[in-house]
Ligand binder design. Sequence first.
Ligand SMILES: [Zn+2]
Ligand SMILES: [Zn+2]
Length: 284
Amino acid sequence: MTASFHGVRGSTPCHGPEIVRYGGNTSCVAVQVPGADPILLDLGTGLRYFGAQQPTGVPFRGTCLLSHLHWDHIQGLPFFAPLLTDGAHVTIHAPAQGDGSSVERVFADTIKPPLFPIDLALLPGSLSFEEVGDSEFVIDAGDAGDVRVMSRIIPHVGETVGYRIEWNGASLAYLSDHQQPCDGSLVATAGALDLCRDVDLLIHDAQYTPAEFAAKCDWGHCTAEFAVWLASEAGAKQLAMFHHDPAHDDDMVDALVAEAQVAGAACGVDVFGAAEGMSVAVGD
Ligand SMILES: [Zn+2]
Ligand SMILES: [Zn+2]
């Protein structure tokens, strides 16, 4: 399977010549199992670009594994052009909300006038919702066989899950927004470790420098050092640094990646910085 990065930025979209190499769109990764419908990791503004690449004339079918409901992870949905075709359908798995409100209701209340020109339900394509927590389920990939998915509740701000995807011996984990302990210690929940255990590719929050983390220690994110530590602790082979801070230009991300690569090399983790337009093979 492959993972293609369409949006790698955290918090808010950004633009400018200083960020063209990594890109300014927010979280969206497309996982493709050969012969199967796409699996989308989050619906940030990068989703619009993924949508523009889809074939026209045949209704889109796919699954989204949504980490949480923050804007930077859902804002691409109303601009996902395949939903303008009758018969298109996306099944969205998303974390159950602690206050009991349905995820479907949250989307319906967010994508409607006056916040958006029309009600979400008026788009020709359709959505269905599955609420998850510490869950395991299977995505039927037809002749390609089953794709096994694990979700685990992870620390962030508000209900958030990470995902692990396994298919045909290859594995990938996605923890886009992950709160490191506020004292800066290198400790993770059992669930986070379960997601990342021995994966071929870990896509992980790497938003802050140590100084930024110290100033924003309860904003729901972590340092690149924490991402490398978690990858190493869990036995992940490759780490994609993800959810780049909107205030970090390309040179700054390069510097963070270079530092993390040195740390990764010392513990057997191959590290790279996720960039828009990048596609990587997962597993052998
Ligand atoms: Zn985010
Ligand atoms: Zn978030």
